[in-house]
Design a protein around this ligand. Structure first.
Ligand code: NAD
Length: 320
């Protein structure tokens, strides 16, 4: 049991994921712990501070957040934003003395940038710590507090109990992945696999349906056989097969196809860097790149790849 004493917590990046995450912290941190927040979009900061008076406080930049907070969480879109937040010479977290502070970056970015930021902090402030902790579970999971954290740290890391205690306020599972940047490596390889399965599932459903099969029967066949997988069972790309899947609700409220394109690209880059021979990488990347630019698919759940590949969405009219 960790008896965590949080003097102050900082949060940078209050977007679709960050805002609900910080709300969970506001609800669950000990009463006396102030939360200092910053986002480049000032109105988001103002809104959240107004909604949580006396609990969440506005900061002027990332440096200001780091000066006031003992633990700093970041949740921004890409590696370039993470570099700016941490290393900008005027406004970055690391341009003041951050000795002893704990940084947790939850953004999904490339492992090289994450390691670069970690090394920079270690060199200049040896008593500070930096962890990658990308998340899975989407905006719905962030709102419900059920996201999973893939933590770039060893299972015997002395900070693990404290990290687990804090991250548990925002999520359900915290998985230490072994060491620096390995949370990101885990997340990227997971999304590569999930992205490839969605394409394969779309293609397999389509060939079965064009041959005359009812997609519900097909899904039952996969579930009973060697092709069983969660994408097919719970996120089936064909509308109307699984009622709660984003596809059955106009491909809304899922994992945006542009984010899949981004993560898939990062995974392919990582695979090249470490020497993995990819047979499916280029085909997958081309598919998600095309789908993310297609106005029929953009901003929708990534399983909209079924639509992008020409799948029949109106099968229910033929087979009620
Ligand atoms: P988002 O674009 O909704 O939010 C990002 C926020 O960061 C924005 O409010 C933006 O203004 C802010 N920002 C950008 N640069 C900044 C800077 N220099 N300083 C301060 N704030 C800055 O993105 P999101 O959906 O919240 O995703 C955040 C990260 O989480 C991404 O890396 C994404 O891949 C990952 N992720 C997203 C989902 C999802 O379903 N949305 C799921 C899992 C992981």
């Amino acid at each position: 049991m960790v008896t965590a004493d949080y003097k102050s917590v900082g949060f940078i990046g209050l977007g679709a994921m960050g805002a609900p995450m910080v709300r969970h912290l506001a609800a669950k941190l000990p009463h006396g712990t102030p939360i200092f927040v910053f986002d480049v979009v000032e109105s988001i900061v103002d809104d959240i501070c107004t909604q949580h008076p006396g609990r969440i406080f506005k900061s002027t930049n990332a440096k200001d957040v780091a000066e006031k907070s003992e633990i700093i969480i970041t949740m921004v879109p890409e590696g370039s934003h993470v570099k700016t937040v941490y290393l900008d010479p005027e406004t970055g977290t690391c341009c003041s003395d951050v000795s002893g502070k704990l940084f947790i970056d939850c953004s999904t970015i490339d492992t090289a940038t994450s390691l670069m930021v970690k090394d920079d902090i270690a060199q200049n402030f040896p008593s500070a710590s930096f962890y990658d902790a990308p998340v899975s579970g989407g905006v719905v999971g962030a709102k419900k507090g059920t996201i999973a954290f893939f933590l770039g740290c060893a299972s015997d890391d002395p900070n693990l109990p404290r990290l687990t205690h804090l991250l548990s306020m925002m999520g359900k599972q915290i998985i230490p992945c072994g060491g620096p940047s390995l949370g990101l490596a885990a997340k990227l390889s997971n999304n590569y696999l999930s992205g490839i399965i969605a394409i394969a599932c779309s293609e397999a459903m389509d060939m079965g349906m064009r041959s005359g099969l009812d997609p519900r029967v097909l899904a039952n066949v996969y579930a009973a056989g060697t092709a069983q997988n969660t994408i097919c069972d719970k996120f089936n790309p064909v509308p109307g097969v699984y009622p709660e899947a984003p596809s059955s609700n106009g491909y809304k409220e899922g994992f945006k196809v542009q984010l899949m394109r981004k993560d898939f690209g990062l995974a392919v880059e990582m695979a090249r860097r470490v020497g993995t021979q990819l047979v499916l990488g280029d085909a997958g990347l081309e598919t998600y790149d095309g789908a993310s630019k297609d106005p029929r698919c953009r901003d929708l759940d990534s399983r909209v790849v079924y639509r992008y590949l020409g799948g029949n969405e109106d099968w229910q009219k033929e087979k009620p």
